[in-house]
Design a protein around this ligand. Structure first.
Ligand code: 3PY
Ligand code: ZN
Length: 633
């Protein structure tokens, strides 16, 4: 039942009421029966113990030995970075001038976002990030920025961790008040996988700007019309617009005639005109080779006064070498991760870079011992999250061939295995390469990387090569292409440099007329009023602005999250061992509730499976309790 009481009544909440309204409206003080948080927690723990963590289809064995990671102690001081001070004093333009004017190589730490997105499928929980946020701010006081939000974290927070991503942002802001916090924004796709109405992107940026200082904005195909609105909105809120140029192919390859130095330089000039403060080279697949980096950085510095920020993934193992060459060529800032979360599909190791640059005058001013202390925490944390490792054990120069972005690789491989294509992994990567060429050699990053992967998996699943599509079409066959592929060729995602390959586009679209401008231009504004009504029914109260935005971006995921919380309570209250592995027989766990109360829960016994369910017996604060859960095995 939907009660309209003081916490839900729109008139009361508007604040435009006099005391008589309260006297005359008794329903304001009708409350639903108090929800039993204990029962919810027991049901969640029983479910995890029997079926595995949320979002997983199976249980995992606890790592042995089980090591609970300990963050270095915070000294309790208010760390403030030089970059943050400049930004406070002089704003975004002043910061950009300072970056370019000073001589040290600046460092963005990506451990809190891209590193675990790339190595652990984005699954690290807010509690585990926050435990080391303040110590990181202190021990890395001179860091330029910390990337803490955006990319896949928003989605994964809600979908799998059953957490509120906004709360994560607030807590980072509170723990790192003297540092620049950075996020990755997928241009017109926000933190999602599809173009959103303009007013949703604006609302999202306005809210995010309450915690984020630097917005790294990209479009998957470097299509500037898809980035303009975000750059403008970030400027409007006095924040730093870091506009990305996604990097692909190899600028120094003699065969390269599409993604040339001139192509990238022209983009930098255009982005500067649109209001960017920093130019980012986003090498999401780690394709930028050391000598190519030197040439590219020089070319960009020649055409723009803006600072250059370089992002890469270390899939090939050439990452540190590449950064050294870029540093020699004058790059202003690079992205790295702490050593235990670096390398492979993640960013290059900060610890290794510092060691390599020690004799150089540009060496970042960060203390190697402190970095090691932080890396130790992450090393242990990573062991705890082993179920989400991608399985990639060594660097692979094969990335120069298949060009799969780091963040995608760690997802795609397990997905291929899950779909029974594990043994055909090499074929999947080969098809990925061929699909890319057939699509006109496009830039591959979320969401275009998913389009290429969907098509590659479609081919492998149906035992087809790309030529079979053309040949089949000649014979009059039709194909049930993945929806993402249809969307791509419709122009619903973005417009590729050099246009779409016409023949394949016609085959996929079967006569439908594709867009030739930015898709957002044709998407009607989001109706906040109507949608908030729907959301209020779901939540049984008025949504906050942030909840409304989460729902606008991910209606289904957000609805499922709201339902999960209604049924199981706050998953954040569990420690990570309990959250990932459930309880062992006889084990006791403390569940800290948001209001400071603690539940003491002990697992006593697990009943036999009957009719697909099991009884699970607990003690809750000393009282025996039992719950019934579905056994999904
Ligand atoms: C993302 O969009 O999440 C990425 O990290 C792209 O590289
Ligand atoms: Zn990345």
């Amino acid at each position: 039942p939907f009660l309209v009481n003081v916490i839900r009544d729109p008139v009361f909440l508007s604040g435009n009421t006099h005391t008589r309204y309260i006297d005359e409206t008794p329903k304001l003080f009708e409350f639903p029966p108090r929800r039993d948080r204990g029962t919810k927690a027991l049901r969640a723990l029983a479910d995890i113990t029997i079926n595995g963590p949320p979002g997983s289809t199976k249980r995992f064995k606890r790592p042995e030995p089980l090591i609970i990671p300990k963050a270095p102690k915070s000294a309790g001081k208010d760390a403030k970075s030089p970059a943050f001070e400049v930004f406070e004093r002089e704003g975004a333009i002043g910061l950009a001038k300072w970056m370019r004017g000073q001589d040290k190589l600046l460092i963005t730490d990506t451990t809190f976002r891209d590193a675990h997105q790339s190595l652990l499928a984005t699954r690290v929980r807010t509690n585990d990030l926050l435990a080391v946020a303040k110590p990181s701010a202190e021990l890395m006081e001179n860091a330029f920025s910390f990337e803490v939000w955006g990319g896949a974290t928003f989605d994964v927070c809600m979908r799998f961790l059953l957490e509120d991503p906004w709360q994560r942002l607030d807590e980072f802001r509170a723990s790192m008040p003297g540092h620049l916090l950075q996020m990755l924004l997928r241009g017109a796709n926000g933190v999602g996988y599809t173009n959103y109405p303009d007013n949703v992107i604006r609302a999202f940026i306005e809210e995010a700007a309450k915690g984020i200082d630097i917005f790294r904005i990209f479009d998957a195909l470097n299509y500037i019309p898809n980035m303009e609105l975000a750059i403008e909105e970030v400027n409007k809120h006095g924040k730093i617009a870091e506009a990305s140029i996604c990097y692909t192919s190899d600028v120094l390859s003699p065969k390269e005639d599409k993604y040339t130095l001139k192509y990238y330089a022209d983009l930098a000039v255009e982005l500067e005109k649109r209001g960017a403060h920093i130019i980012n080279i986003k090498d999401m697949a780690g394709l930028l080779k050391p000598y190519s980096a030197r040439a590219l950085i020089k070319a960009l510095r020649d055409v723009t006064e803006l600072p250059i920020h370089l992002h890469t993934h270390d899939t090939s193992g050439n990452g540190v070498a590449m950064y050294l060459m870029a540093a020699e060529a004058g790059v202003d800032c690079v992205d790295t991760a702490l050593s235990s979360m670096a390398g492979l599909t993640s960013q290059p190791s900060l610890n290794a870079l510092i060691a390599a640059m020690e004799p150089d005058s540009r060496c970042p001013e960060l203390d190697p011992e402190s970095l090691q202390d932080l890396a130790d925490y992450w090393e242990h944390l990573r062991l705890l999250y082993y179920p989400f490792e991608s399985g990639l054990k060594a660097s692979t120069a094969d990335v120069y061939y298949h060009e799969i972005p780091g963040g995608q690789y760690s997802n795609l491989k397990p997905r291929a295995i899950e779909l029974g294509m594990g043994e055909q992994w090499n074929l999947v990567t080969q098809r990925y390469h061929e699909v890319n060429l057939a699509f006109g050699n496009i830039i591959k990053v979320t969401p275009t990387s998913k389009v290429v992967a969907d098509m590659a998996m479609f081919l492998v699943r149906n035992d087809l090569a790309i030529e079979d599509i053309f040949e089949g079409h000649q014979r009059g066959e039709t194909f049930d292409f993945p929806q993402s592929v249809v969307d791509f060729f419709m122009g619903n995602i973005s417009q590729p440099h050099g246009g779409f390959p016409k023949e394949l586009q016609d085959i996929v679209l079967r006569g439908k007329k594709p867009l030739t401008e930015r898709a957002g231009k044709f998407i009607p504004d989001y109706d906040w009023t109507a949608q908030n009504e729907a959301l209020a029914l779901l939540l049984e109260r008025q949504p906050t602005r942030r909840e409304a935005i989460s729902y606008a971006l991910y209606p289904k995921v957000y609805s499922a999250l709201a339902q999960a919380i209604a049924e199981y309570g706050e998953y954040r209250a569990f420690n990570t061992t309990a959250y990932l592995y459930g309880l062992e027989l006889g084990e006791e766990t403390l569940v800290e509730m948001e209001d400071g109360k603690t539940l003491v829960i002990k697992l006593l016994a697990i009943g036999e499976a009957s009719d697909g369910t099991r009884k699970v017996y607990f003690e809750l604060n000393g009282q025996p309790r039992e719950v019934v859960v579905l056994d999904k095995a």
